[in-house]
Design a protein around this ligand. Structure first.
Ligand code: ZN
Length: 485
């Protein structure tokens, strides 16, 4: 029995890990690589396994860096079930359909750039996948309830727990058992893995806190903010209030590049919570993203996953947070109409890292204006426009045009969907005894910094690398529940 790292090893995006046990191969996530000029080419590379030989996928959550290459996996021959929780299964089609649209436009652009000479741009002129591949993925999704063990195959059992990161985010418990001949007879070697998925902050708006595990033989853990501390949530909310007050005095617009799933809903929720206190009636709030609008509807459909406060507030919800000045911009015309507004608009639009999508138009119209504000609320991968704004570049390029950055850019780390170093250590501290940890989903510096902290706690911590293999039967048996039943 073996674990092999493939994606999100030594970087944040492209989450994908392979578990081989009991004669089966199960993937944990199959995400897209995002950010960096070479990302499109890397996403097209062959998988280091035969897609048709994969027996099942367990998907932690619907973010594209975790589910984005599922259509490609299916296109290349994968026919097995994709297990995930029910809200995630509702969100995946929304994200992947959008992603197929992006893939198509990217391919059309590549074809155009080659002046009709398709060969010049090679396979880039062919979309990475299309809507038919997405439909196939949707048919292969199998929703499993939270907190209930499910046997996938003899010798492989899974249970998903709330990771508190976005709606429908899971940490995954995976039990594997293998006898000398490969099956799972009595007396087989048994090991338990816990894959953190992406972990949210404690006390995130709307969502429950990340589930706290007790024991495992091996932990696979994200490390996005392994080297950083977010500000206290209350301080962050106060800062957001102050930014909006300043923006109102300055008389410009506020642009919020936000992931359609997660940040958009939480940002709206915060505005609803502080509507009176922050005098928000003077603003018009635009949710300028068909995908975020659809995702919001899924959010409000799953109140069973809400924390107590959100459940209380929901008593007044009607499909959306109670923001009387919220405008849903569904069509491109709705979106274009916002361009005429010189002030008084809070515009929430994707993509979350500003490397595509409608937010580019809003940034193009507002970045050069000192009275405007940009609020960065999520992780920005290197190479993205969002990262350039965080790094305070004086000038950026949008749609081939140079745009000077005169607007005020604010980074609100406290609104991140990811826990910070303290949150990650708090999550790990619930394991006793200390299982070995493999760090994934973090840039090297972040993962190394977290590894140092984990080692101070007596843990064996390894920063994973693509291609690294761990023989699970070599691990000491630490789990107090080596078998799920
Ligand atoms: Zn995520």
């Amino acid at each position: 029995m073996q674990l092999e790292f493939f994606g999100a090893a030594g970087e944040v995006t492209g989450s994908c890990h392979i578990v081989r046990a009991a004669g089966r191969q199960v993937l944990l996530d199959c995400g897209m690589i995002q950010g960096g000029a070479d990302a499109p080419a890397r996403n097209r590379l062959p998988f280091p396994f035969d897609a048709a030989s994969i027996d099942a996928v367990v998907l932690s959550h619907a973010h594209i860096d975790h589910c984005g290459r599922l259509p490609l996996l299916v296109k290349r021959g994968f026919r097995g079930p994709i297990y995930t929780n029910a809200p995630c299964a509702d969100l995946v089609p929304i994200l992947l359909r959008d992603s197929a649209g992006l893939a198509l436009r990217e391919a059309e652009r590549a074809a155009r750039d080659s002046n009709g000479d398709r060969a010049a741009n090679g396979e880039r002129a062919v979309p990475l996948f299309d809507l038919e591949d997405v439909d196939a993925v949707v048919k292969q999704l199998v929703a499993i309830p939270y907190d209930t063990a499910r046997e996938l195959f003899p010798g492989i059992t899974v249970r998903v727990r709330d990771a508190g990161h976005i709606l429908g985010s899971s940490s995954v418990e995976l039990w594997v058992a293998e006898g000398p001949s490969g099956g799972a007879p009595p007396g087989a070697t048994r090991r338990k893995l816990v894959f953190s998925g992406d972990l949210g902050q404690y006390d995130t708006p709307i969502l429950q806190d990340p589930f706290r595990f007790e024991s495992a033989d091996l932990v696979l853990m994200e490390s996005t903010y392994g080297n950083r501390r977010h500000r206290e949530r209350q301080d962050t909310e106060r800062e957001l209030g102050a930014i909006l007050a300043q923006a109102a005095r300055d008389g410009g617009n506020v642009i919020v590049p936000a992931f359609a799933i997660g940040r958009s809903q939480e940002f709206l929720y915060l505005l609803a919570q502080h509507y009176g206190e922050w005098h928000l009636a003077r603003w018009k709030v635009f949710l300028d993203s068909p995908m975020a609008i659809s995702a919001s509807r899924v959010y409000w459909k799953h109140p069973d996953r809400f924390d107590d406060e959100a459940s209380r507030l929901r008593a007044t919800f009607r499909g959306m947070p109670p923001l009387p000045n919220l405008v849903l911009s569904e069509t491109p015309d709705d979106s274009r109409a916002i361009n005429d507004l010189r002030g008084g608009a809070i515009i929430i639009a994707g993509s979350g890292m500003a490397n595509g999508g409608r937010v580019l138009h809003h940034l193009k119209h507002n970045l050069a204006r000192p009275e405007c504000h940009v609020i960065i609320v999520g992780f920005q991968a290197p190479g993205t426009l969002g990262r350039q704004l965080v790094d305070r570049r004086p000038e950026v390029r949008i749609h081939g045009q140079r745009v000077p950055v005169a607007a005020q850019v604010h980074t609100l780390g406290g609104l991140s969907a990811h826990g910070d170093q303290d949150d990650l250590l708090r999550w790990y501290d619930s394991f006793a005894p200390r299982p070995p940890v493999y760090l994934v989903h973090g840039e090297i510096e972040a993962a190394e910094a977290l590894a140092v902290k984990l080692r101070e706690r007596g843990a064996t911590a390894t920063v994973s690398q693509p291609g690294l293999r761990v023989d699970l039967s070599d691990l000491p048996a630490l789990a107090r529940d080596p078998s799920p039943t």
